[in-house]
Design a protein. Structure first.
Length: 57
């Protein structure tokens, strides 16, 4: 992509950018990440449970 714009970039330049900016990106990602808790909530069924049919005698 950079070559298309006329800027020569080799693989080592990309590696230096990765080393320099990866910690900053990690901080940003961790700020936006939702907290994980041990509680799970189960939604109740909307229609409720159907009654069991009684056996005919």
């Amino acid at each position: 992509m950079m070559t298309e714009r006329g800027t020569p970039v080799d693989h080592f330049t990309v590696r230096r950018w990765m080393v320099r900016f990866s910690s900053l990106l990690l901080e940003r990602f961790n700020q936006r990440k939702c907290a994980v808790t041990a509680k799970w909530h189960i939604d109740a069924p909307k229609g409720g449970a159907a009654p069991m049919p009684t056996p005919a005698k």
